[in-house]
Ligand binder design. Structure first.
Ligand code: PLP
Length: 445
């Protein structure tokens, strides 16, 4: 053990720090936490990571997450010692992150109106449970195991429960998942059942389910694996790491994500902050977060659509009251998050502060797209022979919208993250039955 990892409040004016064995996801003041490392990793590791792509018999080299283990070494182990890796690191036989890297997709590029050379789309649906969540779950469950947890708990719009259930079953620990009843794609729900998770149906939406799961974790000794967990964020840093590595650490101009609970946005921001601080990258890509029109908390607040104030991280002094008033406004008006892209149907994004920090560091932007646009985005990805779900389509049409608005320039290099694979079987079937849809290929009889 090298002893250099600890937890720290994300607010710069707070000096609350905790040992790495801490299991509370928030500080005693209710602040989100970061995993911090005292040591500065040498950029000679770039060569080590590249060599590990020939795994030499180690599943921790094969894993697209643990290949970068020096940059998320919160277990503080000797990362070259295979025995120690096997003892501490949770992995699904190296499958997490293994298949994901950025690809060119010419039909998507044509639809977006960008040159094919400048567009990269990274399908995270090719993770073992079918979404990017595996990148963060493998690390969260590693921490759960490190502190001796016997039950993990999460709320989910579907993919978190599939991923949590899979890793829990593989590690032989229990898993409770809180889901908004009737609002989960059957393909995701069935995975949670298949992996033997205990489903708890909540009468309400995702935000209600999250609240209930956090209460239950506290009261019944559960270990929370939602993206409020700072160790989830560590694993998800490898999504931009892989993109950057495949681009030979040539930094793109933009990285684009759909926005739900904003864990991905937060992890990308943290990854870039660390790489920049260590001198591994000289330029900072801008992050674009694409909300659905029906669940647009970040976009509304960031763009000053509520009370006219543009919410900012403001160097660690964000206007938290503005967020509270926005949530009160949603409640008072009876506004519930509503989109067919259930993975991003979230009104109260738990990582909003970390996401604001990420946007400030990267000079980021946020915007919204409609359900029908997302379905077009999803469908054009399919025409390139790649699979993704509706929420992931937001990255594609979000890029298109930002190019049309002149925010992303036509010669910018853009990486869009396709967050998950299709688990809502009837969406493409319905889409293609209707000849009005832009990419529909209706059946013949
Ligand atoms: C969870 C999820 C999202 C939302 O990601 P956040 O990190 O919560 O913003 C988007 N797309 C898919 C497919 C997901 O499973």
């Amino acid at each position: 053990m090298q002893g250099d990892a600890y937890l720290k409040s994300i607010f710069p004016d707070s000096d609350l720090e905790y040992s790495i064995e801490n299991t509370d996801v928030l500080s005693e003041k209710g602040h989100m936490l970061d995993v911090k490392y005292k040591n500065r990793p040498s950029d000679k590791l770039k060569e080590v990571f590249s060599q590990r792509r020939n795994p030499q018999g180690s599943i921790f080299n094969e894993s697209g997450v643990w290949r970068f283990r020096e940059l998320l070494n919160f277990c503080q182990i000797d990362t070259e010692n295979l025995e120690e890796c096997s003892k501490y690191l949770v992995s699904l036989d190296g499958a997490e992150g293994r298949q994901s890297k950025p690809y060119h997709m010419s039909k998507a590029a044509e639809f977006i109106g960008i040159s094919n050379d400048n567009l990269w789309l990274q399908p995270e649906g090719y993770n073992p449970s079918g979404s990017f969540k595996d990148n963060g779950m493998t690390t969260a469950v590693t921490h759960a195991k490190m502190v001796g947890a016997t039950k993990i708990v999460c709320a989910s719009t579907g993919n978190t429960s599939a991923s949590a259930g899979m890793f829990a079953a593989n590690e032989g620990i229990n898993c409770d998942v809180y889901i908004p009843a009737g609002q989960i794609a059957p393909g995701k729900l069935s995975q949670a059942y298949q992996f033997g998770a205990q489903i708890v149906e909540v009468d309400g939406n995702f935000d209600d389910a999250l609240k209930q799961s956090l209460d239950d974790a506290k009261n019944h000794n559960g270990y929370t694996v939602n993206s409020v967990n700072p160790f989830r964020i560590e694993g998800q840093k490898t999504i931009p790491f892989r993109a950057l590595e495949y681009l030979e650490w040539e930094v793109p101009d933009w990285i684009v994500y759909p926005g739900g609970a904003l864990g991905n946005t937060s992890s990308c921001g943290k990854a870039l902050m660390e790489l920049y601080e260590w001198g591994w990258i000289k330029k900072i890509p801008r992050i674009a977060v694409i909300n659905s029109e029906g669940a647009s908390t970040l976009s509304d607040l960031y763009n000053g659509k509520f009370e006219g104030e543009e919410l900012r991280w403001n160097k660690g002094k964000p206007n938290a009251e503005l967020i509270t008033r926005y949530y009160d406004h949603l409640d008072n008006q009876g506004i519930r998050p509503k989109t067919k892209a259930t993975a991003i149907q979230i009104g109260r994004p738990a990582n909003i502060f970390k996401a604001l920090r990420a946007l400030e560091f990267t000079n980021g932007v946020s915007t919204t797209v409609s359900d029908s646009e997302m379905l077009d985005g999803m469908s054009v990805v399919g025409l390139n022979g790649f699979d993704c779900e509706m929420a992931s389509g937001a990255s594609v049409v979000g890029i298109k919208k930002l190019i049309n608005e002149g925010i992303i320039k036509k010669d910018d290099v853009v990486v869009g993250i396709l967050t998950g694979r299709q688990k809502d079987a009837m969406l493409p079937v319905d889409y293609h039955q209707n000849p009005q849809n832009r990419f529909a290929i209706p059946p013949k009889n």
